[in-house]
Structure formats: C-alpha cells, structure tokens
Design a protein around this ligand. Structure first.
Ligand SMILES: Nc1nc2c(c(=O)[nH]1)N[C@H]1C(S)=C(S)[C@@H](COP(=O)(O)O)O[C@H]1N2
Ligand SMILES: [Mo]
Length: 329
C-alpha cells in the first residue's frame, strides 16, 4: 500500500478501544464515542475499497506542478471493516441545515503549531450518508497499522483519498461547504474551464475534485521485464476503477495505440472495489514492446493518452499506464 502524510505521524494510541471520536455541528445530539462503543452500538460492515490519492499521476503533467510526483502508484485496495458513518450520523440526528462534513485527525501540523490542522477535508452530506462511507476500524481483518490511521479512519471511497481522514477524532457537520485545511485555494481542485498549462487561475474559477476519474494499471508483468527468448504470447493482468462509476472495458495495445485488443474484465467484488482484468496478447516477433492499457467508464469516458486538464496542483491525471518488455532472440 502507498503511504501519504501531510502532517506529523502521531504516536500509536496506547488503548485503541478508548480512542474517542466526536460528532458535532449540525446535529441534534452531539456525540463523543469511544472506538469500543462504536463496535458495540453499530452494525459492522466489511468492504473491499480502493483508495486513490487525488494527485495520483501528477508527474505526467507538463509543466510540473507542486506536490508528490506520483506515477501510477498512489492507489491501494484493502478489505476494510468498520461502521457506517451514516449510522453514527443518524444516532446524532442530522439537522436539515447539514450541508457538508469536516474531518479532523490527530496528526499534528508539520510546524508543530497546535492551532493548525495537518489536513481537514470533508464531503457533501449525501456522500457522508452513502452506505459505503465508513469509519474503518480494521484492515484485512487486523487492527489498522498506525501509518494507515489507527485506530479509526474515515473512508469516502471513490473520492480523493485526502477525504479519508486517518487517526479520526472528529466529524464536524457543517451548514456550508467545509473550509478546513486542504479545502480552499487550489487544494484538491480542478479548473472550471480549461486553462493554458502553467498559467494562473483564480480560486473562484476552480471546483472541488469529487469522484476520481477512470484509470487502469498493469500489475503484471513488471515494467522492464526481459521475457524468455522466443516468447510469442504475453499474459497481462491489472486493475481498473473509476471513482463513483464502474469500468465498462479495458483494452491493451502493443503497437503504440495503432490497434487495441479487448481484455477479460471482472465485475467489482464490492461497489467501490477495483476491477481485475487479464489478457493474453500475441507477440509477433523478437524485440522491444511497449504495452499500453486504457479503461473506459460506465458513462463511456475513456482514459486520455496524456495528462490533460492541467491544474495548478496537479490533480486527476489519468493517462494510460505504459510498460516495456523485451523479447530476446
Ligand atoms: N489525518 C490525516 N489523514 C489523511 C492524510 C493526512 O495527512 N492526515 N493524508 C490524506 C491523503 S492526501 C492520502 S493520499 C491518504 C493516504 O492514505 P494512506 O497513507 O493510508 O495510503 O490519506 C489521507 N488521509
Ligand atoms: Mo493524497
């Protein structure tokens, strides 16, 4: 799994069961619940969920944008067990004035200033009430490792992973769009209209990145694999996902996009799980091949060849994944 932290990593909780999470703001009864109470009061759910950083693919933007220069690797999938955020919000009683959530974690700001948040993002109340938005308490059946947000982590699947607060301490239900750290300026925002790459855009001409776009990755073979001499067939496999949508098709090319072959694509194992695909493609002769994969979502939108849609902090790039393999004589 990839790891991303915007602040300092908090010390592991001494007694995870007594870790407390507050739900307040536009609710009838503000609640503070210990993790142990969450487990007792609410029905457990287990889902396989993929999670992708909003900046996955950032390195493909030209000119370069600020931030981690991710390739295709800022994504992971795990089996998460927890309770539905909706159940907890219903227990607190969501007021009609509720518009958005604001999430808070225990990680200190990089500066050490206790008045500042490392990151504090949120989601519209409808997404918060989605049955797949959970407060996760276990990862692959085990306690969550500290680095992934122990003992409790919010997961808003299909949205930029920055909304999935680790070390969750508070969900503030707001009567307006949350304005915490990472919600304003150019953070996690796309431009309202296409801009000249590298140029300025005023924050009023940006919109919050919500669902992540369609994407596929090739997980086997590895980039740079030298195949046995004389190989004439290549087995490929990988994953594909599309934020709130599903993936309709994944195709592969070994001739720089001149021709494309279909792949076998599985249904997602859960609503926000990635979809596994596999293909066997003929390799006509010895030599150097690039393998490209492209996915199409359930609305018919396909991954672009390049990272278009340039935006100041480099979000939402989803160009094809390309690997190279060699067939020696
Ligand atoms: N509390 C807290 N939650 C956080 C972050 C953070 O810095 N602090 N980073 C976010 C971002 S930007 C990403 S991409 C994911 C990374 O999750 P992972 O480290 O478990 O892969 O966590 C999100 N949740
Ligand atoms: Mo991220």
């Amino acid at each position: 799994m990839f790891i991303r932290n915007n602040g300092q990593i908090p010390e592991p909780a001494g007694n995870p069961g007594s870790w407390r999470i507050t739900v307040d703001g536009e609710v009838n009864t503000p609640l503070t619940l210990a993790v142990g109470e969450l487990e007792q009061r609410f029905q457990p759910v287990t889902y396989r969920l993929q999670m992708e950083c909003g900046g996955n693919g950032r390195s493909f933007f030209t000119p370069e944008t600020r931030g981690n220069q991710w390739g295709h690797g800022a994504v992971h999938q795990a089996e998460w067990t927890g309770v539905r955020l909706a159940d907890v919000l219903r227990a607190a009683g969501v007021k009609p004035s509720a518009v958005y959530t604001g999430h808070f974690g225990a990680d200190p700001h990089l500066s050490g200033d206790t008045g500042k948040q490392a990151i504090s993002r949120g989601i519209p109340i409808a997404k918060a009430m989605d049955e797949h938005t959970i407060i996760a308490l276990r990862l692959n059946g085990q306690p969550i490792p500290n680095i992934h947000g122990a003992p409790a982590r919010l997961i808003a699947p299909g949205w930029p992973a920055s909304t999935s607060s680790k070390w969750l301490t508070r969900v503030w239900v707001r009567d307006r769009v949350h304005d915490g750290q990472g919600m304003t300026g150019h953070s996690y925002r796309l431009t309202r209209y296409p801009i000249v790459p590298g140029s300025d855009v005023s924050p009023e001409d940006t919109v919050i990145l919500e669902s992540m776009p369609v994407r596929s990755i090739i997980t086997s073979p590895a980039h740079g694999t030298e195949l046995p001499a004389g190989t004439r067939e290549l087995d490929l496999r990988g994953h594909a996902w599309a934020g709130e949508k599903s993936v309709r098709a994944v195709e592969v090319s070994i001739d720089y996009g001149a021709s494309w072959e279909p792949t076998d694509l599985d249904q997602p194992e859960d609503r926000f799980a990635w979809q596994t695909w596999r293909a066997r493609v003929p390799l006509p002769q010895r030599g150097y091949y690039e393998v490209w994969a492209r996915a199409t979502d359930s609305d018919g939108r396909m991954q672009p060849h390049t990272a278009g849609n340039w935006n100041p902090q480099g979000y939402g790039a989803n160009p094809f994944h390309r690997i190279a393999v060699l067939v020696p004589a």
